[in-house]
Design a protein around this ligand. Structure first.
Ligand code: NAD
Length: 257
């Protein structure tokens, strides 16, 4: 079954990986719901731009993924949700004994709990439609840890666990649930970490990228948004109909170590 004419809801998709996935799905003929917690002219202009470029229907719906009722309302407002991409995410880096409680709560809510609420709201729509794809954008940090990222690593491991459970609960249905685990991708989320890392280590920004950020990524190259978008499109295809409850690493070899 082609994805053409399906409806996708992509959380956190006015930037970075989510935006790249939205563009790829729209190019494949999928009607797309963009989302973030803002409601600016730029957000709606983004939807218009992708619609014009691809001919697919593209809407922007504001919903704050840190709020359970807004996660569920996003799916309700979308009206249909054949493809759910749980992508919204934030980061904060600090030792666990200094980790600000509000940052911990926000990361767990946005990076993990939101996927529970959107999945619970979307599954009845997928069952009614007789087809569904859930793709959770986890991380290499859903499979491996790094120091000072306790909340992020906890949330992403949680998402991987949820992915397995939902895969089992839907195994006999034409619905799949998988997680994509990217290594480092040069998006605003990572760009924001480069100056701080350089300062922390007393090195240049180029050295911070080479010696610190890409230290765990054997390819020594950033993963691209396009590579992740292509992986998501594959998971939405018929070729991936028996791929469920699992993770796909796109990490330049990070998790092979
Ligand atoms: P990004 O900062 O470019 O995008 C994050 C998106 O989430 C933005 O659209 C932002 O508006 C949205 N968002 C943040 N808080 C939100 C909220 N409360 N409600 C709704 N939307 C919210 O970063 P990105 O790198 O594109 O990250 C996307 C996902 O990929 C995240 O889940 C991230 O953890 C994951 N990831 C990123 C990398 C990387 O190296 N960039 C690696 C592995 C996994």
């Amino acid at each position: 079954m082609s994805v053409k004419g399906k409806t996708a809801v992509i959380t956190g998709s006015n930037s970075g990986i989510g935006l790249g996935i939205a563009e790829e799905l729209a190019r494949a003929g999928v009607n797309v719901v963009l989302n973030s917690f803002t409601d600016s002219d730029e957000d709606h202009a983004l939807a218009r731009r992708i619609a014009e470029e691809t001919g697919s229907q593209v809407r922007y719906i504001k919903a704050d993924m840190s709020k359970p009722e807004e996660c569920r309302a996003l799916i309700g407002q979308a009206g249909a949700c054949d493809i759910l991409i749980n992508n919204a995410g934030i980061q904060h880096v600090a030792p666990i004994d200094e980790f600000p409680q509000d940052k911990w709560d926000a990361i767990i809510a946005i990076n993990m709990n939101s996927a529970f609420h959107t999945t619970a709201a979307a599954l009845p729509l997928m069952r009614e439609a007789g087809w569904g794809r859930i793709v959770n954008i986890a991380s290499a940090h859903g499979l491996r840890a790094s120091p000072y990222k306790a909340a992020y690593v906890t949330a992403k491991h949680g998402v991987v666990g949820m992915t397995k459970t939902v895969g089992l609960e839907t195994a006999k249905e034409p619905i799949t649930c998988n997680a994509v685990c990217p290594g480092y991708v040069l998006t605003p989320l990572v760009e924001a970490q480069i100056p701080d890392t350089a300062k922390q280590y007393g090195i240049s920004e180029d050295a911070a990228i080479e010696e610190v950020i890409l230290a765990k990524q054997p390819s020594k190259e950033f993963v691209t948004v396009e590579q992740l978008a292509g992986t998501v499109l594959y998971l939405c295809s018929d070729a991936a109909a028996q791929v469920t409850g699992t993770t796909i690493s796109v990490d330049g070899g990070w998790s092979a170590q």
